[in-house]
Design a protein around this ligand. Structure first.
Ligand code: ADP
Ligand code: ASP
Ligand code: MG
Length: 413
């Protein structure tokens, strides 16, 4: 029998009624001839609440203890889900990450999955049971509970689908699928029928919180078809899949907005071999994840160097750079936290010209200044003032007709 994994996010299991609805969908899928493995998140905003509880007692809680605490949210959901299925006459069994030996490294609060014991799950499925697994959590080689980072239940679901050889992984959430941009910010955004793994990887890394980035990475690597759908509706969502030739006909698939970031700049650094290496070695030691590095020579002796970090890392990054500032012979260091990044993403950029011009033109017309620009093969990002971020997103969405389905847009160049 084919296997399907169905992941239900926080809002989709927020209360008893929602759990019953989700359970009914699982039963329906089973009746359609599938073995079903459910992956569930913590209910509603429970993870946020647990974090608040921790911070009330300790402003800097030990990460191992955070994982111990946060994993309890998902553990509650899975047992409640199994009870709901039992009440509906179905044989179901719930597991924590540790119980299915979902092994991770020991990087508490940001752990990476190493392996999963698919055997235990197959055994239960073959006995006719529905298996419900707690998302977002695993254990390390020493038996400590770990978690995969916020939004990590998506990754548990896709990794399980890969380990079990599932036909597809359905991600049930509170929107109809993947939209051209966050529909809660730009209300005219439209749902996409499909999107490539590469586009979704870019969008997830640029702030589209609808999918956990590592889930998309697993999907691409292990060839898992991911279907993002609304748990409250009986409609098709968005399929994340390998690129097909017609995707290149769409210039821009989506736009993103990212506000939780800071820019650090080193002005007038001595233009000598080894300075960039010094900066990034120090940042790596401080475990700071860095993006969008820009270095420009401003004279034969001097260069400007800037990079972006997540806002939660900005203090650590600033401290790291401050520690080595005298070795760099720089003129000044600045940090900007009043910024946001607006990006457009699309595999069609590889084959169409005029995309940059269209984006910068839209921002110019909206009278928005661009602080800096970075690009990849399939994206263009502009840093703008944070208080103009929504206006910038809207201008860009209108310029690329992201309020229309790809097939209804004016023909691209
Ligand atoms: P869940 O709890 O089900 O995992 P999330 O809150 O993690 O749900 O993800 C769904 C949310 O992602 C939506 O409510 C939406 O606001 C946000 N989102 C951001 N970008 C997009 C996008 N491009 N398409 C759809 N939703 C998006
Ligand atoms: N409950 C976790 C979170 O809120 C994991 C998830 O929902 O995917 O981040
Ligand atoms: Mg999520």
């Amino acid at each position: 029998m084919p296997i399907i994994t169905q992941k239900f996010g926080g809002t989709s299991v927020a209360d008893a009624e929602k759990i019953r609805q989700a359970a009914a969908r699982v039963i329906e899928t089973m009746k359609n001839g599938y073995q079903v493995v459910v992956v569930a998140s913590a209910r509603g905003k429970q993870t946020d609440q647990l974090i608040a509880d921790a911070l009330e007692l300790n402003p800097n809680p030990p990460k191992r203890e955070m994982d111990q605490l946060l994993s309890t949210g998902e553990q509650q959901t899975v047992s409640l889900f199994a009870m709901a299925l039992d009440a509906m006459g179905c044989d179901a069994i719930s597991f924590t990450g540790g119980q299915i030996r979902l092994m991770t490294d020991s990087a508490h609060t940001q752990a990476k999955i190493k392996s999963i014991d698919a055997e235990r799950i197959h055994k239960q499925l073959d006995q006719g049971k529905i298996v419900i697994v707690a998302g977002f959590q695993g254990i390390d080689e020493y038996g400590n509970i770990t978690t995969l980072g916020r939004g990590g239940s998506d990754t548990s679901a896709v990794a399980l689908a890969a380990a079990l050889g599932a036909e597809q992984c359905e991600i049930y959430t509170d929107v109809d699928g993947i939209y051209t941009t966050d529909p809660r910010i730009f209300k005219d955004a439209v749902k996409l029928g499909q999107i490539s793994y590469d586009e979704m990887l870019e969008m997830a890394s640029l702030g589209a919180g609808v999918m956990h980035i590592r889930a998309v990475g697993f999907g691409k690597k292990y060839d898992v078809k991911i279907h993002v759908r609304n748990s409250a509706k009986e409609i098709e969502g968005t399929v994340i899949t390998h690129e097909v030739p017609q995707m290149e006909g769409v210039v821009v698939s989506g736009a993103t907005i990212q506000k939780e970031m800071a820019k650090i700049g080193l002005v007038g650094v001595a233009n000598v071999p080894g300075n960039a290496a010094k900066v990034f070695a120090r940042l790596a030691k401080a475990k700071v994840v860095v993006n969008d590095i820009i270095q420009t020579e401003i004279s034969p002796e001097k260069a400007n160097l800037s990079f972006m970090v997540g806002i939660s890392d900005s203090t650590a990054a600033k401290e790291a750079v401050e520690e080595i500032k005298d070795e760099l012979g720089r003129d000044d260091i600045f940090i900007r936290e009043d910024i946001a990044e607006i990006s457009v993403v699309g595999v069609g950029m590889r084959t169409h010209y005029g995309v940059a011009e269209r984006m910068f033109g839209a921002l110019a017309e909206a009278n928005i200044n661009i602080d800096s620009i970075t690009t990849s093969e399939i994206r263009i990002s502009c840093v703008v003032d944070k208080d103009q971020a929504e206006k910038a997103l809207e201008a860009v969405c209108v310029a690329f007709e992201l309020d229309k389905p790809p097939g209804e847009r004016a023909k691209a160049d």
